[in-house]
Design a protein around this ligand. Structure first.
Ligand SMILES: Cc1cc2nc3c(=O)[nH]c(=O)nc-3n(C[C@H](O)[C@H](O)[C@H](O)COP(=O)(O)O)c2cc1C
Length: 467
């Protein structure tokens, strides 16, 4: 029997599509994140999703307003999961930690605390970070290069595991009659001394109920794949195409096997943005609105003075890619109003793909009563997204076909805007996924929910299985 898919929510309260916050009714005030986070957590738990997942970014700046507005101002991930631990009962809680800047003792402490407080629902996503501005925010001169960051990440995760194992499972004796509280032999230092990470231990938090909370790793480089293959329980990869994802997954599994692991212990997860509604047409109308809400350079001086406004959001930039010169069309005019006969047919490959994407996702066409405009093309070209657009059956078909192609063990579900699109996913698509038997794993701990076996303990002599 094929294993059920893992489905978690990758939470971005400001929405995962850059114009999502502008959608009518969308959450757009990060100072009011608390009730939205609680609502998302409740909805996710009621729907039976496996986890809530929080990314991280260690800097902000005005350029993010257009590129990734959700990164501008948001709750830090460990704070978010600790907050939600108190208002949820079953769902897993995964926080991203940047191993380039985080302290391993503090990270072991926070994650073990979360695991204890939730009875085994904690997970940690280790990343090495791609934001150079993080360096200056942490007293460093520069963001370290890829090799140095991954060298540190490897040491970081080994230190984390040793710290999590500070307490043997039976070291907390608490024998009131004899007055013996602990077995001191079972409290052991980490004594980790690497080139970049040094930590003594032991950890001053009880042994995590999962022994090792699941470790997620997200990255793209060869070093990232090597780290995921040896250390991760979940590898989060970026792939918009099932063939690409299947190749990456096969490589990760074979690297895991080469390192002595059972490849089934490494689950490969891909992010996806389902745009969901009752009908396919209604879902397409949402994408249509989202594209029209992307700010584009309309030639007015206002755009020229806005710091960080992306240079590719202009007609000139799109026409450059398209390789056509229709003169100076109005941005809101239909593509075929300008060069009726042949503009679309003459588009270079990349622009032709954008046109096809707009057609299929919005239901618009060239030459019809509901035409594609230049504005649509500029927006879709400048702000691409991993959208899957449609009613419940379309979304479920997508999940099922990726699973059947060996492209993914699960999905990190992003919502274009919050909370309505997340609620549409959980109320419309999740029942269909369940009806088809694509999801439905249960378990008391996050490890169990993810279909993971007992963790490989860092101390060879320590054979105590996970709870
Ligand atoms: C799907 C996905 C999501 C990611 N999310 C984050 C994140 O929230 N914060 C972060 O610092 N890095 C994140 N990363 C990892 C960074 O992209 C990665 O650390 C950076 O690109 C450097 O590593 P690399 O060279 O292996 O890609 C993510 C990566 C992927 C593939």
């Amino acid at each position: 029997m094929t294993a059920p898919l893992i489905v978690g929510a990758m939470v971005r309260t400001l929405g995962a599509y850059p114009s999502g916050w502008r959608y009518p009714g969308a959450h757009r005030d990060p100072q009011a994140d608390a009730p939205v986070l609680r609502r998302i957590a409740q909805v996710a738990e009621d729907a039976g999703l496996d986890y809530l997942f929080f990314g991280d970014w260690l800097a902000t700046g005005p350029d993010l307003e257009f590129r990734d507005p959700y990164l501008l101002a948001r709750i830090d991930p460990l704070s978010a999961v600790l907050y939600l631990a108190g208002v949820t009962e079953r769902i897993g809680l995964i926080a991203t930690v940047n191993s380039t800047y985080a302290d391993p003792y503090a990270t072991a402490r926070a994650t073990a605390s979360l695991d204890v407080l939730t009875g085994g629902r904690a997970g940690v996503n280790l990343v090495t970070g791609a934001e150079p501005r993080a360096a200056a925010n942490h007293g460093r001169d520069a963001h370290a290069d890829n090799e140095t960051r991954y060298d540190r990440a490897e040491e970081f995760v080994r230190a984390l595991r040793l710290l999590w194992e500070s307490w043997d499972a039976d070291a907390w004796v608490a024998d009131a009659a004899s007055g013996v509280l602990i077995d001191a032999e079972g409290l052991r230092p980490a004594a980790f001394a690497g080139a970049q990470v040094r930590v003594e231990g032991p950890l001053n938090v009880a042994r995590p109920p999962q022994s090792h909370p699941p470790v997620v790793h997200a990255g793209t480089s060869a070093r990232s794949r090597a780290l995921a293959a040896t250390e991760a329980d979940l590898a989060l990869i970026a792939a918009g195409d099932p063939t690409v994802a299947a190749t990456a997954r096969a490589e990760l599994r074979s690297l895991a096997a080469a390192s002595g692991r059972d490849p089934d212990d490494l689950k490969v997860i891909v992010p996806v943005v389902p745009v969901v509604s009752e009908t396919d047409a209604a879902a397409r109308a949402i994408v249509d609105s989202l594209l029209l809400l992307v700010p584009i350079d309309d030639g007015s001086p206002a755009h020229a003075v806005r710091p960080g406004f992306p240079g590719n959001r202009s007609l000139a930039s799109f026409l450059d890619v398209a390789g056509v010169d229709p003169g100076d069309p109005v941005r809101d005019s239909a593509v075929d109003d300008i060069v009726p006969a042949a503009t679309a047919a003459r588009f270079a490959d990349a622009a032709a793909r954008t046109l096809e994407t707009v057609r299929t996702r919005t239901g618009r066409d060239v030459g019809g009563g509901h035409p594609v405009t230049w504005r649509h093309l500029i927006a879709a070209h400048a702000v691409p997204a991993n959208f899957v657009v449609g009613g419940p059956a379309v979304i479920a078909d997508h999940f099922e076909s990726w699973r059947d192609a060996g492209a993914a063990d699960g999905f990190n579900v992003l919502s274009a805007f919050q909370p309505a699109q997340f609620e549409a996913f959980t109320s419309l698509a999740v029942p269909e996924l369940r009806r088809r038997g694509l999801i439905g794993r249960t378990g008391d701990t996050l490890r169990e929910r993810l279909g993971l076996g007992a963790p490989r303990l860092a101390r060879a002599a320590d054979t105590v299985p996970a709870r």
